[in-house]
Design a protein around this ligand. Structure first.
Ligand code: SAM
Ligand code: DTB
Ligand code: SF4
Length: 386
């Protein structure tokens, strides 16, 4: 157990009270965590819903220390993956997500200026700028329920051209069927982002135009296509701690945890139902977002956990705590999709001050298929041309 927490023996002479009971529960969990962390990379399977709830309940410093310990067992301690985001089709989305500036359902109140598909050369110019400033992944987002047949050649061209620059590619285009997922995989897409956003229970208070199961179906199609899965949440929409626990539990119920997990902090956008409510009632404590990051890190030890929306409003110290909690990826660039992001200059300074370095791109290996030699019966892997 070298390097892990030392667990204090409970003091038998003290009377038991609810706090003592909680502490001994925490100590049991910490002892198990210390053992689990030395086991296989599949540790994510081992946490039950009760375990996840107990992790959220840990004293913050215990939780942070444990999360940072798990982080260091699987990743270079001070290395972060850097992505840049670009909206390739903005606004007028037919979905009614209660937090989103881009929903057509809220356009009279958000007054967001909708835009058509961005021309390929403009996307490529933005990707080149992202590469020049140190990003290893370029993420393209479109405000669609799902891509249409006529959108597919456009997104396939973007994937190929962005990859040719030596960048990893990520897209978030709404729902995908199996054929679309395969088409994107064949084009070489490295990651597909599709967030569950919250628990199954709270989801229906957030969006009414699609179901949680439809979200899970797309994630299954992405996983089966061989594209890496990027799937995260939003913290601070008015959901409860139980909803955050259930969201983590959903990740663990998947056949494999997502390779990338963005933990968004709600950006309350005036004119959206959820944004307006949060602006009026006040935001959730940032420490609860940090707890969510730490629990996600412990439960999904080999996933990249990304600081996504919400960084613009955070102090250096709050962001440092988020990295301490095991986050190892963030969006770089002055804009997210429609809202501002922490500025590049403040991120450069923060990385220097924290001693963080950028990880270089590691594109998804080419697709391989098993083939059998008809004469000898010998099986081998063949690399498909992209
Ligand atoms: N339309 C696609 C979809 O919904 O999958 C892709 C774009 S959508 C904007 C991507 C994600 O951004 C959402 O799932 C949500 O998690 C996040 N997001 C959108 N608006 C946000 C906000 N105001 N604050 C925090 N996260 C937000
Ligand atoms: C994700 O989880 N967060 C990013 C990315 N995936 C596409 C989007 C954040 C959007 C924040 C609000 C906006 O800029 O419109
Ligand atoms: Fe559309 Fe995505 Fe915004 Fe929902 S989150 S309204 S699907 S762009």
């Amino acid at each position: 157990m070298a390097g892990l927490l030392s667990i204090a023996e409970p003091n038998a002479s003290r009377p038991t009270d609810p706090i003592d009971n909680q502490n001994s529960l925490n100590n049991d969990l910490l002892a198990r965590l210390a053992t689990d962390a030395t086991k296989s990379l599949q540790a994510s399977k081992q946490y039950s819903r009760e375990d996840i709830a107990a992790l959220f309940d840990l004293p913050l410093m215990d939780l942070l220390l444990q999360a940072q310990t798990v982080h260091r067992q699987h990743f270079a301690a001070n290395e972060v993956q850097i992505s840049t985001l670009l909206s390739i089709k903005t606004g007028n989305c037919p979905e009614d997500c209660g937090y989103c500036s881009q929903s057509g359902h809220h356009r009279d109140t958000t007054k967001l200026q909708a835009e058509k598909r961005l021309e390929v050369d403009k996307v490529i110019a933005a990707a080149k700028r992202a590469k020049a400033t140190g990003s290893s992944r370029f993420c393209m987002g479109a405000a669609w329920k799902h891509p249409s047949a006529k959108d597919m050649p456009y997104v396939v061209e973007l994937i190929k051209e962005v990859k040719a620059l030596g960048l990893e590619t990520c897209m978030t285009l709404g729902m995908l069927d199996t054929a679309q997922a395969t088409q994107l995989a064949d084009a070489g897409l490295d990651y597909y982002n599709h967030n569950l956003d919250t628990s199954r229970r709270y989801y229906e208070q957030v969006v009414s135009t699609r179901s949680y199961d439809e979200r899970l179906d797309t994630l299954t199609n992405v996983r089966n296509s061989g594209i890496n899965v990027c799937s995260g949440n939003i913290v601070g929409m008015g959901e409860s701690r139980d909803d955050r626990i259930d969201w983590v539990h959903e990740l663990l119920k998947m056949p494999k945890a997502p390779e990338s997990i963005p933990v968004n902090l709600l950006v309350p956008i005036a004119g959206t139902p959820i944004g307006d409510r949060v602006i009026e009632e006040g935001q959730l404590s940032v420490l609860e977002w940090i707890r969510t990051i730490a629990v996600t890190r412990i439960c999904c030890p080999t996933s990249y956990v990304r600081l996504s929306a919400g960084r613009e409003s955070l102090s250096d110290s709050e962001q440092a705590l988020a990295f301490m909690a095991g986050a190892n990826s963030f969006f770089y660039g002055d804009k997210l999709l429609t809202t501002g992001n922490a500025s590049q200059s403040s991120d450069n300074r923060l990385m220097r001050e924290l001693g963080l370095t950028a990880q270089f791109a590691a594109p998804r290996p080419p697709k391989q298929v098993p083939v059998m030699d008809a004469m000898s019966g010998h099986q081998s892997q063949v690399v498909l041309a992209e």
